[in-house]
Design a binder for this molecule. Structure first.
Ligand code: ACM
Ligand code: ZN
Length: 758
């Protein structure tokens, strides 16, 4: 066969285009959550504007809109199923929330037995589309059969501590739907702000939605400065100046609430409003003080004072609020809160005491239970069912109510609730509180977690309704910060909620899929957390020359650095290969997303250091270190000096003392005896503060009140003994470990045989 040069070149460029497009299209393996069964075949289906779409049920009209909006093209409704290119069909007999997607060159068929199954199929289509816009709107030919393991795949958002606009909430709902979440738990009221319009009580939002800056706001402002992070800035579009005072906040009108509820419904998401009571109610109490116990308003030891459940008028106030709330939220379940109630006022209040007498209630706990049961009965009369935080498990509710299990230290609550026939939503703070710092191990921690606590019978297990992540926003003032705290770890929640545990056995592949999903989030302008940069320590030591080296498991990130003490910007040097240094240098660097936004600031100092000589200690040293244990109050290691010594003893390990739960400090003293000359790497993990000194010089500074945080440092040591002093304090049940890190980066506890004292 003879072929012209032009057609030869054309053939090459077409085949290059096809292979490039197919490379971009090989997204079916990256879908999160992973489908139950997926069979790919050759060929593509290409969406085009004006394509015909058939639905066999008018309730699928919002799904038509959803698909068309996701594709950003028009799809024309057809009344002819056989000739339509796209068919969305409601059929009988499929699993709840599941779908079947069948795609060939000419036709796309999506079937389900409920609307949420159709939406789940659309989310799969969205993830099958190529990430690169220029690759068009083609998806591979596939047969997918898919259904969720858990029926409750939830996300909670606290809009009281900081307010999120309707648009911001809608963006979150859109992302939830992309990852097949189907329940939005909207924490609408709390001590710090009331966010939902209640027409009968206008002051709730006229005044209760606004505040002067509080301590949490001030902490955010400080973090903005100290962390060099604009995501902590209080949003100025949510502030106004009234009579010279800046006030901050916002609320949703009832129409806006309904808009959000409809928007969520189109995306297969039920919205569960939470009006937290009888505690966490200060924003309302400040506007309507009669609902509190007389003269007893404000903060107790730990929590704000609750409403007065002794007064009938307070109960009527609550019920009136719920009557309006029921009109805005069609879903059967609503959330009463019921957590963290400071009951001390009820003991002092004549109305509460009277109620206890008339109802035969012996304790304030029984009074809370009475209130919660009253509300449950009221909800049921109104066709609604109660969800409460797990504290309400003590309140003698019926099996129609549900608990959100958040107190990870109290698994008993799950046992009790499920034994009483109550459905349970799993959201323990240990794994699923997304206000807690998102550490590098968090994805794996969630992926590996057992959703079902141990020791439940099969009937109890069947009452575990699903999984939810909770976003409390005390220190999350902006949408950017919220996205940062939520992504990518919500993908792990999506995976454990959708997939049966037996399918979760390949974390490394999951992690890779997450990295690919982050490219999709780039296109959606999501401010996700970039995986940790690795390969360096906070303090790096060299004898002749050192090498600044940085890795990231996400290859597409840009790392930019400076060596002159300034913060790196998008103009700073781009890291491509290791940088050699021959003198003391401090590197500042951060990772940038493709849209130019950046993640946290890292610093790594490189220090030229001669090997530190060993001490000439002649005495026969004994194993272990001297420890002085103190009764502590303060917020930094220097406060140990003024603390009361409890006892001294010798310990062979550096570790949190057994049987203690906080308000303590320890100072370890003695020697570290290393076996040979060399550069040693240590890391110090502590909650709260700690400082490690070697040879009277600070090596690791990890001071201050904080959750578990690890700092690392290198030091060049001659073989032999070096003076060691380690100070540590803890406010509430902490963590302390000194690690040794080998050249491969593997960590082990500092060998106890290296620890000596006189
Ligand atoms: C909660 O974290 N107080 C439910
Ligand atoms: Zn009272």
């Amino acid at each position: 066969m003879k072929i012209s040069l032009q057609s030869f070149l054309l053939a090459i460029s077409v085949s290059a285009l096809i292979s490039c497009a197919q490379k971009n299209l090989s997204t079916e393996k990256d879908i999160i959550p992973s489908p139950v069964e997926i069979i790919k075949s050759d060929g593509l289906f290409t969406f085009k504007s004006g394509m015909s779409l058939y639905i066999n049920d008018k309730n699928l009209a919002p799904a038509h809109t959803l698909l068309q909006n996701s594709l950003e093209i028009d799809l024309v409704e057809s009344h002819e199923e056989l000739s339509a290119s796209i068919v969305l069909r409601m059929i009988e007999g499929m699993k709840e929330g599941g779908y079947h997607l069948s795609v060939n060159n000419d036709r796309l068929l999506l079937e389900a037995s409920d609307y949420s199954g159709i939406v789940a199929g659309i989310s799969t289509i969205r993830q099958l589309l190529p990430i690169e816009a220029e690759s068009g709107l083609s998806i591979p030919n596939v047969e997918i059969t898919d259904y969720p393991h858990y029926q409750w795949r939830g996300m909670h958002l606290d809009v009281s501590r900081h307010f999120y606009s309707k648009k911001e909430v809608m963006k979150l709902l859109d992302l939830m739907s992309l990852y097949k979440f189907n329940k939005f738990h909207w924490h609408l009221t709390d001590d710090q702000g009331w966010r939902i319009e209640i027409k009968k009580y206008p002051l709730l939002t006229e005044k209760g939605a606004w505040r002067k800056y509080n301590d949490q706001d001030r902490t955010c402002m400080q973090l903005e400065k100290s962390m060099h992070n604009p995501d902590y800035a209080i949003p100025t579009d949510k502030t106004s100046v009234i009579e010279g005072d800046t006030i901050y906040g916002g609320f949703y009108t009832q129409d806006e609430i309904k808009e959000v509820v409809n928007y969520a419904a189109e995306r297969g998401i039920d919205v569960i409003p939470e009006i937290d009571m009888p505690g966490h109610f200060l924003a309302a109490i400040q506007q309507y003080p009669d609902i509190a116990c007389d003269g007893l308003i404000g903060w107790g030891q730990v929590f704000s004072s609750p409403i007065c459940v002794g007064k009938d008028s307070t109960l009527e106030f609550c019920k009136n609020i719920w009557r309006e709330v029921f009109q805005m939220f069609p879903y059967e379940y609503v959330h009463l809160g019921g957590d963290e109630v400071d009951k001390t006022n009820w003991n002092k209040c004549k109305d509460c005491q009277k109620r206890m007498k008339s109802e035969g209630l012996a304790t304030p706990e029984a009074l809370q239970a009475w209130f919660v049961r009253e509300m449950e009965a009221f909800f049921l009369q109104n066709g609604k069912r109660l969800v409460g935080w797990d504290e309400v498990v003590e309140d003698g509710l019926s099996d129609k109510s549900v608990i959100s299990w958040w107190r990870s230290w109290c698994t008993d609550a799950v046992h009790k609730a499920t034994a009483a026939g109550m459905k349970t939503i799993i959201c323990p703070n240990s794994h699923l509180y997304f206000d807690y710092e998102q550490k590098s191990d968090f994805l794996k921690k969630i992926y590996d977690m057992d959703v079902v606590p141990s020791g439940l019978s099969d009937t109890q297990k069947s009452l575990v309704w699903g999984v939810q992540c909770n976003v409390w926003t005390e220190w999350i003032p902006t949408m950017e910060r919220m996205e940062y705290m939520v992504f990518p770890r919500m993908m792990a929640v999506s995976e454990i909620a959708w997939c049966e545990k037996s399918r979760l056995n390949d974390y490394k592949t999951f992690e890779q899929r997450v990295m690919n999903q982050l490219k999709r989030l780039d296109k959606l302008s999501v401010n996700y957390r970039i995986p940790d940069l690795t390969g360096f320590y906070d303090r790096n030591v060299f004898v002749d020359k050192g090498e600044f080296k940085v890795d990231c498991i996400m290859p597409q990130v840009e790392i930019r650095y400076t060596m002159d003490g300034t913060d790196p910007s998008s103009e700073s040097a781009l890291y491509t290969t290791p940088v050699t240094v021959t003198k003391d240098t401090e590197f500042k660097f951060r990772a940038f997303r493709p849209d130019g936004t950046f993640d946290k600031l890292y610093t790594a100092s490189f220090v030229k250091e001669a090997v530190r000589p060993a001490l000439k200690v002649t005495e026969n040293l004994k194993p272990g270190l001297n420890v002085a244990l103190y009764d502590f109050s303060g917020n930094k290691c220097a406060d140990i000096a003024s603390s009361k010594l409890i006892k001294t003893y010798v310990s062979e390990r550096i570790a949190y003392p057994e049987g203690k739960t906080g308000n303590l400090a320890m100072v370890y003293n003695g020697y570290l005896e290393v076996p040979s000359d060399g550069v040693y790497t240590f890391s110090l993990l502590s909650d709260d503060g700690s400082i490690l000194k070697l040879d009277d010089q600070v090596l690791i500074e990890n001071d201050g009140l904080h959750s578990p945080a690890e700092r690392s440092a290198q030091v060049a040591l001659a073989a032999g003994k070096h003076k060691l002093e380690l100070s540590y304090f803890d406010y509430f049940g902490g963590v302390l470990t000194l690690y040794l890190i080998n050249e491969e980066g593997e960590k082990t506890e500092c060998p106890s045989e290296w620890l000596k004292h006189e």
